[in-house]
Write a protein that binds this ligand. Structure first.
Ligand code: AP5
Length: 220
């Protein structure tokens, strides 16, 4: 827990900018759980829950899962005991309704967001990153064919699991997800700016450079 209570930090940015990659590193550094809405949906899908199967119909076409389902899932996750000291939120909120629900849920507990780390990069950079991504089926670790290759092709360095390409990692879905981001999520930049919560991070930096910039911000 921080000096003034739990720390809630949001990673905001377009698909493929590196939120998940950085979240893995930051959560270790900050000793906070990584709460990623996309991962929660994929875990539900793997377990074949009704929620997972419902979410899949939206995810596969690059659309957002409806707010009511998403908000309930994340608020429930934040109520788990391991989030007592706060959380690093990745991929949530993604709409103004989600941001408002998060603000309200935290306020009900007497808490507030500490900061929103906004990572941005041009579409060509995002498409190059998304196009080369391979993910571990077992532990979810993320690799890139060129920028962060595994030591052994097709195998996870961490757990030896099989690497696969996500169902929504197709060129058509990438473009759709970036368009959906511009339409529905980008308005959150101004929303958080007006609350004086936004810190901008250069998303064109390499993986280590971006970690250094993020750490400098959260440890300042
Ligand atoms: P989600 O899983 O959240 O996907 P996303 O936000 O689109 O983000 P990604 O996981 O695609 O990218 P990332 O920024 O984490 O990048 P990564 O680190 O992997 O959401 C999937 C779907 O779930 C959504 O489309 C929606 O349907 C649904 N959903 C989720 N949350 C929702 C919500 N709140 N509301 C409604 N629906 C929701 O990196 C990408 C690649 O680049 C990797 O290969 C990596 O190795 C490489 N890389 C990373 N950083 C760098 C770097 N600095 N330099 C070079 N390569 C890099």
């Amino acid at each position: 827990m921080g000096e003034t209570g739990p720390r809630y930090i949001v990673l905001l940015g377009p698909p493929g900018v590196g939120k998940g990659t950085q979240a893995e590193r930051l959560t270790e550094r900050l000793s906070l759980p990584h709460v990623a809405s996309g991962d929660l949906f994929r875990q539900n899908l793997k377990a074949e829950t009704a929620l997972g199967l419902q979410a899949k119909t939206y995810m596969d076409r690059g659309a957002l899962v409806p707010d009511d389902i998403t908000i309930a899932m994340v608020v429930d996750r934040l109520a788990q005991p391991d989030c007592a000291a706060g959380a690093l939120l990745d991929g949530f909120p993604r709409t103004v309704a989600q941001a408002q629900a998060l603000e309200d849920a935290l306020a009900q507990q007497g808490h507030a967001l500490e900061t929103v780390l906004y990572i941005d990069a041009p579409a060509d950079v995002l498409l190059a990153r998304l196009g080369g991504r391979w993910t571990c089926r077992q532990c979810g670790a993320v690799y890139h064919l060129l920028f962060s290759p595994p030591r052994v092709a097709g195998r996870c360095d961490e757990c030896g699991g099989e690497l696969y390409q996500r169902a929504d990692d197709t060129p058509e879905t990438h473009r759709r997800r970036i368009a959906v981001y511009q339409e529905q999520t980008a308005p959150l930049v101004d929303w958080y700016k007006t609350r004086d919560l936004l810190t901008e991070i250069d998303g064109t930096l390499d993986i280590d450079g971006m970690t250094a910039a993020l750490v400098a911000t959260v440890e300042a």
